[in-house]
Write a protein that binds this ligand. Structure first.
Ligand SMILES: *Cc1c(COP(=O)(O)O)cnc(C)c1O
Length: 385
């Protein structure tokens, strides 16, 4: 059969008001919808800069392996991104690296949840308190955010773009602490308001977006190189706006997220024995490593191959078998085209190692048990070739 299982992405829901709707962060945070996740992050950084007016070149700390949008959000506010290496074989910022990166010019630390695995906010929040830094939880890839469990972050960022836990074809949200309501309202006033209208064009766009998620459509689209599907690119952030989000659409997005089945236990079970051959199942291990209890819903199923060569062979074997496996960002931030001018040229050995061994497997609502069996067959078969 011709067709390919897309790497990531859930269907856009139909707007629908929910009865008795509430959000897990309602007690601690207010929600301001923004034009995108990047815009929400940039606004949070703008407010962090505002808290330390004496600093002439504000610095913002981010992980060395991550989304190029982090850099766009920081430079749009005139601040300087400072990278911190990862812990070995983990998607978390190194604790010693973070402590060494803090200077008198640091204004904020961005803790980024990786594909559904939240950062260690207790640790980050302790360091931020010691140095009076703002802690921003970038939860673009994690829903619900870790701060809805314990409200440790000053700001939380959500994204509703393609390939995020809740896909509303764009938009984002900035959650801010209840104590900051007045200060945030004043700051956010400076950004214009855009309305998301649910009209004929919206319904047509939704129909196309959802149709393109089928195996046949994804297979065909990937063959059109000018679309650049799956490439990691740096886009400067041009403007920031607040978004008027219809409540019926946001509510439908949250409810469709909760109603999706979780496929990850099947991956844990079928791929478990790979760990004997030097692989690491990041999603499985993270359930023990981060402080929270219970399952985090993974956006993609991340694994580390024993080495780059095996990862690359796995990537091509899975993709030939019709599974949209991916190397994700493909490189550490300082190796992504267009970013080098903004970043210190330094070595981040663990981020580099992580980016060379990472492989992500689809974990969205269309993944079937038979797909996971196929993934297992391909990965266990690699050793014999
Ligand atoms: C996607 C993403 C963003 C940016 O969100 P957009 O809505 O696409 O602007 C920021 N941070 C992380 C970690 C992301 O994955």
């Amino acid at each position: 059969m011709v067709g390919k299982l897309r790497p990531v992405g859930s269907r856009v829901p139909l707007p629908e008001f929910q009865e008795a709707f509430s959000l897990p962060w309602d007690d601690s945070y207010r929600t301001q919808f923004m034009g995108s996740g990047t815009e929400a992050l940039s606004a949070a950084i703008g407010m962090a800069i505002g808290r330390k007016p004496q600093v002439s070149t504000p610095e913002v700390i981010i992980p060395a392996y991550g989304c190029p949008d982090l850099v766009s959000a920081i430079i749009a506010q005139g601040a300087r991104p400072v990278l911190v290496d990862l812990e070995p074989d983990l998607p978390f910022m190194s604790e010693t690296g973070l402590r060494e990166a803090v200077t008198l010019s640091t204004v904020a630390v961005v803790g980024v949840g990786f594909l559904g695995i939240p950062e260690r906010l207790e640790l980050l929040s302790g360091i931020c308190q010691e140095h009076s830094l703002v802690l921003i939880e970038d939860s673009a890839q994690c829903f619900p955010p870790e701060s809805s469990r314990i409200p440790l972050a000053d700001f939380v960022v959500l994204s509703f773009g393609r390939g995020k836990p809740i896909n509303l074809m764009g938009g984002g949200a900035l959650l801010f602490n209840n104590e900051m309501v007045t200060a945030c309202a004043d700051f956010l006033q400076t950004y214009s308001v855009r309305s998301l209208r649910i009209n004929f064009v919206w319904f047509a766009k939704r129909a196309i977006f959802n149709a393109l998620m089928s195996r046949i459509a994804y297979y065909s689209l990937e063959r059109l190189p000018f679309l650049g599907i799956g490439e990691t690119r740096f886009h400067p952030l041009e403007s920031i706006s607040r978004l008027e989000m219809p409540a019926s659409l946001f509510q439908a997005g949250v409810c469709s997220f909760w109603s999706r089945p979780s496929i990850q236990p099947h991956y844990h079970a079928r791929l478990g024995k790979l760990e004997l051959a030097g692989w690491t199942l990041l999603g499985k291990n993270a359930e023990g490593v981060s402080n929270s209890n219970g399952e985090h819903r993974l956006l993609r199923y991340p694994v580390l191959a024993p080495d780059r060569e095996t990862r690359d062979r796995a990537l091509s074997a899975l993709n030939s078998a019709g599974v949209g496996a991916s190397a994700f960002y493909g490189a550490e931030l300082s190796d992504i085209d267009g970013l080098e001018v903004f970043l210190d040229k330094r070595d981040f050995p663990y981020a580099k190692e992580f980016s060379s061994r990472l492989l992500t497997l689809p974990a969205h609502e269309d993944v079937r048990i038979s797909d996971i069996n196929l993934v297992a067959k391909v990965l266990f078969g690699l050793r014999d070739n």
